[in-house]
Design a protein around this ligand. Sequence first.
Ligand SMILES: [Zn+2]
Ligand SMILES: [Zn+2]
Length: 162
Amino acid sequence: MTLNISEDYEPECDSCQAPTKAANYCDGLCYEADYDYLAYTLFPDWFMSKREPKWLKVSGKNVGWRRISGYDKVRGGIKPLFDYLTINGDWTLEFTLDGGDLSVRRSSHDEPTGCTYTIEALNILSDSMSIDSAIEQELVDEYGCHKGCGEYFYDCNCEVEE
Ligand SMILES: [Zn+2]
Ligand SMILES: [Zn+2]
């Protein structure tokens, strides 16, 4: 195999004609367009349909070279989610919105066969009821604080107990 790449070689993407550093994908305008679609259309549609939860439950399968499974609590929003899903080095993220279910497939050097994440709204007490019904159910004290953690009801991030 012969590679003929000089120092000033500047590959160009077939789709957007913008310079890209990689040969088999576009990190130029195509990447920006894809990210914009994710950040301004796909994610907000899902996020609104879940009534803008404060926290997300992000469950991973086959993560990293040790193929770990488990879940993390991530702040509700595209930036924290994207930061959580992106890793050092090269990666590919494939977001799928199917009905109301959001999932992500990531491929990377350590995850050649890919790992998957499902994104769900975490059921937080203060997202799921008003302070009045919390008082009624005796979940808050006379200062409006959640008895479970002592935080002011609307600042509390406790999950609803099933
Ligand atoms: Zn491109
Ligand atoms: Zn609490």
